[in-house]
Ligand binder design. Structure first.
Ligand code: UD1
Ligand code: UDP
Length: 361
């Protein structure tokens, strides 16, 4: 069985690491890893391949950044060429980025069966590029690997047949279990930054709806600066956000008040997450990792796809409309614990996905 896997953005390297390890352990499976080049900085791409033991991509498309149409269109054209040459049994994609949609669309048009990992997530906010990508990818897919029962229900409601849906748990939970101890042992990031365990807030911001709306970004940054008056705030900065802060003249004040650092590798990120007293983020993956490591979370968004985290008290949504709302949410969520439930499966999603692909009729 030949699988072409298309990845391109930071969270996809982590998700693919969890699945590729199992896929490649099977003698009858060959995988061709395709990197679209959506993320390309050393600390947004190479560091993950180095740390997570992901094999070097067999194909690198070097697409880079651009507007949605340009980036997705170039990927579509390039992935199509790979599929025509490789003639795989499956095209495997993850999540909801432009790389995901381009991979799925290229394959569906060539009648290559498409498998989508992290299927069925919905924010019900069509203004998010991710929502468009995930809805279209799900409907172009032949097998939909859903992480949760909520995701399964979302797919059913959209008329996707039960036979195509497999609930496998969350591949990021596999990754958290596999790399959690390694990070604890190997990362020296707390010493480097001179941080005390349990005595700082970890924050990330990169989502278009926050970076492209200056008033929202202002509320987030000013809210975090207000928190930093009480305790250190560490903000590994996505290049998109750094660019906006720089252009808006907000970077200097932010870096005077907080630990503004470049994006970190996965092991340092886990170490920072595990030892934070609270995580404040607009990332999908980071919301779940907070829960995996038992750390309370505040999410700077109007809604989330991972609704079970809010329902069980692990996560609290705060619309970034004012700095004091952000600060108050962080200070009141600090020190809380959610319900003790297994929300994302058993940590064997990679195995379940591999088995399902090998057995699919
Ligand atoms: C993308 C995904 C988003 C995901 C995120 C993970 C889409 C539409 N968005 O958002 O769903 O949560 O990845 O991190 O696919 N840049 C660099 N270096 C890089 C990569 C990006 O400088 O290595 C800068 C460029 O200025 C680029 C901007 O960041 O234009 C945005 O990058 P892009 O990949 O388009 O979107 P993300 O915000 O990273
Ligand atoms: N991450 C990382 N270094 C960072 C920020 C995030 O390794 O500086 C990891 C994080 O632990 C998670 C994934 O990247 O596993 C989340 O990616 P991101 O927030 O970029 O995207 P999203 O999950 O929102 O699509």
């Amino acid at each position: 069985m030949k699988v072409v896997t298309v990845i391109g953005a930071r969270p996809q390297f982590i998700k693919a690491a969890a699945v590729s390890r199992v896929l490649r352990s099977e003698a009858r499976v060959s995988e061709v890893l395709v990197h679209t080049g959506q993320h390309y900085d050393e600390n947004m791409s190479t560091v993950f391949f180095d740390q997570l033991g992901i094999p070097a991509p067999e194909r690198h498309l070097n697409i880079g950044s651009g507007t949605h149409g340009l980036q997705t269109g170039r990927m579509l054209e390039a992935v199509e060429q790979v599929l025509l040459q490789e003639q795989p049994d499956w095209l495997l994609v993850y999540g909801d980025t432009n790389s995901t949609l381009a991979g799925a669309l290229a394959a569906a048009k060539l009648h290559v069966p498409v498998a989508h990992v992290e299927a069925g997530l919905r924010s019900f906010n069509r203004r998010m590029p991710e929502e468009i990508n995930r809805v279209l990818t799900d409907h172009a897919s032949d097998v939909l690997f859903a992480p949760t029962s909520v995701a399964v229900e979302n797919l059913r409601r959209e008329g996707i047949a039960d036979e195509r849906i497999v609930q496998v748990g969350d591949v990021m939970y596999d990754a958290a279990l596999y790399f959690g101890n390694k990070a604890e042992l190997e990362s020296r990031v707390l010493e480097t930054l001179d941080l005390r365990p349990g005595a700082y807030v970890l924050a990330t911001v990169h989502r278009a709806e926050n970076t492209d709306a200056l008033e929202r970004l202002h509320a987030i940054v000013d809210g975090l600066i207000a928190v930093a008056a009480d305790m250190p705030v560490v903000l590994p900065l996505h290049p998109r956000t750094r660019g906006v802060l720089e252009r808006a003249g907000m970077l200097e004040r932010a870096s005077q008040c907080m630990y503004l650092i470049p994006p970190v590798g996965y092991l340092d990120m886990i170490k920072l997450e595990k030892n934070a007293c609270l995580i404040a983020t607009d990332s999908g993956g980071v919301q779940k990792e907070a829960y995996f490591y038992g750390v309370p979370c505040v999410t700077f968004r109007d809604e989330t796809e991972w609704v079970e985290l809010v329902e069980t008290g692990w996560n609290r949504l705060v619309a970034p409309v004012s700095a004091h709302k952000i600060r108050d949410a962080i200070l009141s969520q600090r020190g809380t614990q959610g319900a003790d439930l297994q929300l994302y499966g058993e940590g064997d999603a990679g195995r379940r996905i591999t088995n399902a692909l090998m057995e699919w009729k």
